[in-house]
Design a protein. Sequence first.
Lengths: 993, 218
Amino acid sequence: MSATADRSARRAALAALGQAGRDGRPWRSLDELDADTAARAVETAFPALADRAGATLDRRTLLKLMGASLAMAGLTACGEAEQIVPYVRQPENVVPGRPRFFATTLPSDGYGIGALVESHEGRPTKVEGNPDHPASRGATDAVMQAAVLALFDPERSRTPLHQGRPAGYAAFLAAVADLRRQRAAGTRRGLALIVEPTTSPTAKAQIAGLRQALPGLRVFVHDPLGTSAPGAALEAASGRALVPVPRLERASTLLSLDDDVLGEGPGRLAHARAFAAGRRVRRPGDAMNRLYAVESTPTITGAAADHRKAVPPDGVAAVARGLLALVDGGAAPDGLPVAPDWLAVLADDLRQAGDRALAMAGPHQTPAVHAAALALNARLGATGRTVAYIAPPDALEADGELADFCAAAEAGAFDAAFVLDTNPVHTAPADLDVPAALAAVDLVVHSGLHVDETARHADWHVPAAHPLESWSDLRAYDGTASPVQPLIRPLFDGRTQHEILAALAGDFESGPRALVRATWADRDEPAWQAALKAGVLPDTAAAAVAPPAARLPDVGGRPAPAAGGGLTLRFRADPFLRDGRNANSAWLQELPQPLTKLVWGNAALLSPATAARLGVDNGQMIAIAEGGRRIEAPVWTTPGQPDETVTLTLGHGRSHAGAVAALAAGYDAFRLRRTAAPWMARGAEVTPLGQTGRLITTQHHQAMEDRDVVRHATLAAFRDDPEVMHAGEPPPPDESLYPEWEYPHQAWGMAIDQTACIGCMACVAACQSENTIATVGPQESARGHEMHWLRIDRYYAGEPDDPLTLFQPVPCMHCEKAPCEPVCPVNATVHTHDGLNAQVYNRCIGTRYCSQNCPYKVRRFNFLDYQPFDPGEAGPQQAMRNPDVSVRSRGVMEKCTYCVQRISAARIDAKIDEREIADGAVVTACQQACPTQAITFGDLNDPQAAVVAEKDSPLDYALLAHLNTRPRTTYLGRLRNPNPRLAETGEGDGGHG
Amino acid sequence: MPQLFRARANGIARLLVWGAPVLVLAVLAVSVMLPRSDFATGSGRALAQPVPFSHQHHVDGLGLDCRYCHDAVETSAFAGLPATEVCMTCHSQLWTEAEALAPVRASLASGEPLRWQRVNSLPDFTYFNHAIHVDKGVGCVTCHGPVEEMPLTWQAKPLTMGWCLECHRDPAPNLRPPDAVFRTDWTPPDDIHAVRAALMQELDIDPETMTDCYVCHR
């Protein structure tokens, strides 16, 4: 990854050189002088091209560069013969050349999500979902996909550091032993342990044991992502710490009170799957659930909702209480942020659904909202049916939070502090001076994957083991425990939290496996082995408890305006970087944000009306001041954002995250966050600034330009006319100049259900991991050179203030009459007998004619050598590359292959077993990752195939069918199920395009 | 005025006139033949190995089956090379003091694997799968040559794309009954044409799909 940094620095230098060559250069003609006019025209028409138009290399630099690359090309030919290195003792069940899959659990904000990790001769290369795990149910998200990249990150911490100097782990253990001796002598002050919320039974048992063994120990929980927020909120709302476990598959009418249930939280993948299962409409008679969303910033849950209302963050409580009053048969108070009629219809709909209704409160919302949701579910009879309540799986006996630590530390309460797997110097609220608190402690020990901001304030830094190198255990959102088992020995001698806790307890010998196994000592060895194989410890789900009645505080109607006016701030964790822990992941930095499609940075989201009032445009910097602190951020106007509300994302703008993170632009929202107001703050002052910030987006077009790109209709319209998705469609042309192909064996095809797609980007990340797709960095991204084979286009329809948000995943369409094929002068893009448009990298000479002729713009060109394949240059990341896929070099076109390596593997297995390829034997990477099962893939020649059934639905349509490309990838039009009584409000109007 | 060109110049001119096309043809011929030559493909050259392993001795002399050492050949893309332990199955009893086997014993003792030089090497963008070839009746010696005659192993065939495609376009002449795949002493029976035609049917071999690019390149 430092190579990426070098390259971009070099490119910047070259661009500067080109600029210098142009200035003061003699001109040859008036036309040339007039080039500026042309440049202006280019800039207006193609904003993305503008900066490229001027960047020229002078002839000499070009020759130098070419000379260098030619010389290097010559060198590569002088390689030695390849070596084969067999095992000394071949492990049982290992067949070299065949991948193996191991079940493990990946952490997500302290909770666990099950995964099956593909391993090639001991190298983990790909994360897939574990169908047996309740939080995964076979799916993954983008962050889980990036786990392999984080594992092989060359910038990971590689050695323990003492006062910033490399030291051995034995020396660290000696320091811990010293500390224990001094404590035993009773001459010491307190000992602080700072951890993040965790559901690991082993960690909890260890910490509980430590509290017994070390009387001076105080445990502090630092919770930057609000993992424990739902439990705390419900405790405040009902007197008992509980977390809801919604069962979305049982609900017919769902209400989200600022709860991004599909995109956030430890159960998001399971919830998304259950939600989508309730709206799998293929025929007019099929049932469909209905989702109402009241939210304070646009989320993918709101985008999937049938009715959505944007309200300010502090207005949600009033809406929830008004709704509760209506459900109770009373009247809603005046002055609510949503229309009373709308709320009345919603209350009716919920009452009608009864025990099939479900109200969900956002984990970061106030206890009042949680109380209202609790009361709503109780009144409707939903409690115990569509939602169960369990004791929080992450409950940890603690002595306080980070703020308590800081106060005590600065008062000199501690002589030692262990900061394990957390980075409070970056992620603490701005009103806490963590460096000062740590400075007041004699011995600070930090463990982490990177030498991060906190490591710089620690006396000892110990490299942490990555989850794929660790033994541990974690609980899922419903309390189910599952083992974490290593796929590889720690690359850089990292240690798990369990080992450090054990050392603190005086156990310097036990390995992490023994420590975890001891937690589950009640299970015999066969049961433990079975749990490791399945990735789940059976019968560990938490029992449901009956929740106490909600305490309903008086929240009034519309919240009073903050003294002195100002805007309301809404903080969100970045969906991919989270609190910044993934900031050094190039995959996640370059993965477009689901709604804004921003990459390599974050923006302050404003509604179009607020942006107009402030007179600011996209990209313009604003200063945001609140509570005496100030940050500067670029503006991104976001349809559907509530007025006078600024959404800020945490996780960007880190100072010491690594070379990849250093390429990104972004502000650090933690610098504006207060302990008392971690998720929303009122009375912020926003001042427009003159300059413009760097914002890179991968989708410039929001509109469909009058083409029926994403077709959508209401359920009612579909029931009236099953052919509604095809209304106004010209009859498909049936003649073609392209050759006729026959597909005697298989005919691979894909169907994508746009009703199920929630735009979460998991498929894009999975594709990147499976197909070894390069990241290109911010400069290249800004030029539109990103390499993702699969993109998710996001379109808006309707009013900008309250739009309908539509997602459309676009992989290669694998056209039967493919425009890319005949234009290739070297036959590098060819049609295969099963109908794939195959790209032959070694034939490609980079004319880009195919890309030019592709109406769907799904081909990606390697403008530069984005990923080196010289082993010396490639670094440790090469170990995570899929060995079944070629690494592409500069000057080569590439695109979605329908995961041809998986097709080949299935074909070879079937041929050897002398059978047909079974339906479902080929699962593409995008299909595998999808939490909502929106993607179906299979053989169109097999009448029993699931994909054929999907394509049989009248909802099925082809993208740009009038071009007669006969794409193999087709779409099921997006259906919405708005309440007919609300259809007049302007958000439920039918039709498409 | 003296003659500008001497009489000798006629000869030089003729030589140039005739020589230039010959030179062009020679350059063409070399550029066509060189990449296909054994020099460029590495065919026929035995490589020095850490242990002078003799297939001749083990296969022809002792009659070991290919799969004793290459045990993944029926299930994996990679045929598999024996772990040090496999060598030591016999060599812990036989030739226990042999100088040539010192690296094998050292490998087992130290845990450091043996590093063999790859003899049959394909480019990284070519995905050859042993299992499917073996299953469909392509004998080991069809591609690897008379291994049982090799004291040190050499690459027997050019392994160029053209050579692969010859068989992918018309596999029949290279097929043998499945029970003869691993035999080095197999000779085609008299009715081999009929046998091969039957095999094409029986094993569901469809040459038409075997030249799709992605069969070998992904």
